[in-house]
Design a binder for this molecule. Structure first.
Ligand code: ATP
Ligand code: MG
Ligand code: MG
Length: 543
């Protein structure tokens, strides 16, 4: 829609296009393939791909694989699947390692210009020489090496003559800069580890701050969007672009990362949850990973809607996770077919209904919609244990009790006559009568009772496992995150109406009065139907 408000980055891009500063916007999404994407990445994806979509430009997917040790092809494939699932298409699939040759040339150019030197200080010494925010740094004794000497040493670093950590190439900028990032940052280090794409070709690898602007320049990126932590790296970004004499001049812009209540979003931490067995995997439906929320049943449309609503700003804040749930609920409310499922079944027998008779009743797929499906009804049903009490507790209780009446959704009004108890005194069965004249949609359907219950017919019921999900973390009194021991409740005895039988894995439904549920794609098999709770029905998000 045209009246959508623009975020500040869209305003910058719009202005740059209008002023002719750029002909076409080019962005990139640059994940490091060292884990699965999470909801925070979705914000960056929606922003970067969204800019390209809105302004008719392009967005590349670039794997930031300049660190040889930690990366894995499993992650690369998972990242691609997640972006496609969100509904975005990248213009090019690129890898930081594609540009190692160019980066190396840039480093030699800096050496020739006297703007980079090989340093022999140990990492500890280098840290000590760097100074602090209040204390200027000191120059390394190796800072005065001539360009010839530096070129010789750098080429020997590349040739593998020196051990890991014994030498680095540093940019020669300003050891007394108030910005610590400008105090002769390292640009190449020795790492004798094979790389998943370049193999053993390189034993020196560029540092992120050096690699990133050069990658952007190589791809003709115009607007390089990153999170706020990189704000004071921007002068360095510009320094590399200028001094390496890049033809394309990209600019960096920063926005606040997404933080969500009840949610930890750091790949490192999420990996620990997986490695420690706290969750069943990266795609555990409780995880804030895109593969987790996909398996749980969140829709791409809801996530994109959420990212649109939270907007893009510089101020760091924590977004209420209930806003995300609200977006999911809105989408599902409009699209998820309604079915009846009983999570904790209680037997109900209608004693005046003929044994052996089955009626097929009509149930709307969506409220007020045209399409319906058939629900079988008979003498033997299940209702929810929670929907029955032997004795009415108060006048606000509209569920079933002995002597009380309720409507069974899409069916008849019934009255509870008595209960049958087990030896231990627990209720085994409720015995009811029905009023034949009150069939939903029939002549006498107008008779009113206060409560309407969902139910499932006994002989056609489909058994299912239903997993109720809660937050992995709750906030403790002091505001810190603590693991929630009740994040997963497994109900093994749920029953669902037979309409569900033909549904495919990954299908989403509203179980009337219970919430939204999705057929688990991984654990569902022949004879085993598993549902994950997507989100509850009740919206607790205050707008
Ligand atoms: P993590 O700390 O979870 O590992 P990261 O920033 O190291 O995240 P990258 O793979 O480098 O992960 O991220 C790719 C892009 O996604 C980067 O541009 C990064 O800024 C962005 N991003 C990561 N986390 C968030 C977040 N919470 N909100 C918004 N953008 C994010
Ligand atoms: Mg990163
Ligand atoms: Mg990280």
């Amino acid at each position: 829609a045209e009246n959508e408000s623009k975020n500040f980055i869209e305003e910058i891009v719009g202005r740059d296009l209008a002023d002719g500063k750029v002909d076409r916007v080019v962005t990139r999404f640059p994940p490091e393939p060292n884990g699965y994407l999470h909801l925070g990445h979705a914000k960056s994806i929606c922003l970067n791909f969204g800019l390209a979509e809105k302004f008719g430009g392009k967005c590349n997917l670039r794997f930031d694989d300049t660190n040889p040790a930690r990366e894995d092809v499993e992650y690369i494939n998972a990242i691609k699947r997640d972006i496609e699932w969100l509904g975005f298409e990248w213009a090019a699939e690129a890898y930081g390692s594609d540009y190692f040759g160019f980066m190396y040339e840039c480093a030699e150019r800096l050496i020739e210009k006297g703007l980079a030197y090989v340093d022999d200080l140990t990492p500890e010494e280098m840290r000590a020489y760097r100074g602090t925010l209040t204390e200027p740094g000191r120059e390394s004794p190796y800072r005065g090496r001539t360009p010839e000497e530096n070129m010789d040493l750098f080429r020997r670093m590349k040739a593998g003559e020196f051990e890991d950590g014994t030498k680095v190439l540093r940019a020669k900028i300003d050891m007394s800069s108030p910005n610590l990032n400008m105090r002769d940052p390292a640009i190449y280090r020795i790492v004798k580890a094979p790389h998943h794409r370049t193999g053993e070709k390189w034993v020196i690898y560029p540092m992120y701050d050096f690699a990133h602007p050069l990658e952007d320049a190589c791809e003709g990126v115009t607007h390089s969007v990153c999170t706020m932590e990189f704000e004071d790296h921007r002068p360095l970004y510009d320094w590399f672009i200028e001094n390496c004499e890049c033809k394309n001049v990209p600019h960096q812009y920063e926005f606040a990362r997404l933080n969500l209540t009840h949610t930890v979003m750091s790949k490192r931490y999420l990996k620990k949850l997986v490695d420690d067995g706290v969750v069943y995997g990266w795609d555990d439906p409780r995880m804030p990973t895109l593969s987790g929320v996909r398996r749980r049943g969140y829709t791409p449309a809801a996530i994109r809607d959420f990212c649109e609503r939270i907007g893009v700003a510089k101020a760091v804040s924590e977004v209420d996770v209930r806003l995300l749930e609200h977006c999911v609920r809105e989408d599902l409310n409009a699209h998820a077919p309604r079915v009846m499922g009983v999570l904790r079944p209680l037997k109900l027998t209608i004693e005046n209904y003929p044994e052996g008779k089955t009626e097929l009743l009509a149930a709307e797929d969506l409220p007020g919609g045209e399409s319906t499906h058939e629900v079988p009804f008979s003498k033997h049903l299940f209702i929810e244990q929670d929907d029955f009490l032997e004795v009415k507790p108060n006048n606000k209780y509209f569920r079933l009790y002995v002597g009380g009446e309720v409507r069974l959704k899409n069916a008849y009004i019934i009255k509870c006559e008595r209960v049958v108890k087990d030896a231990d005194g627990s209720i085994a069965e409720v015995v009811c009568t029905y009023d034949e004249t009150t069939k939903s949609g029939g002549e006498n359907s107008g008779r009113k009772v206060k409560g309407t219950l969902h139910w499932v017919e006994r002989d056609t019921a489909v058994k299912a496992q239903v997993r109720l999900l809660d937050y992995l973390f709750t906030e403790s009194a002091d505001g810190t995150c603590v693991a929630n021991p009740d994040s997963l409740t497994v109900l093994d005895g749920a029953v669902i109406e037979p309409h569900i039988r033909t549904a495919e894995k990954g299908s989403r439904f509203q179980f009337m009065r219970q919430g939204y549920f999705c057929i688990d794609t991984k654990d569902t098999a022949d004879g085993k139907l598993v549902f994950n709770q997507i989100v509850s029905l009740k919206d607790s998000f205050a707008k």
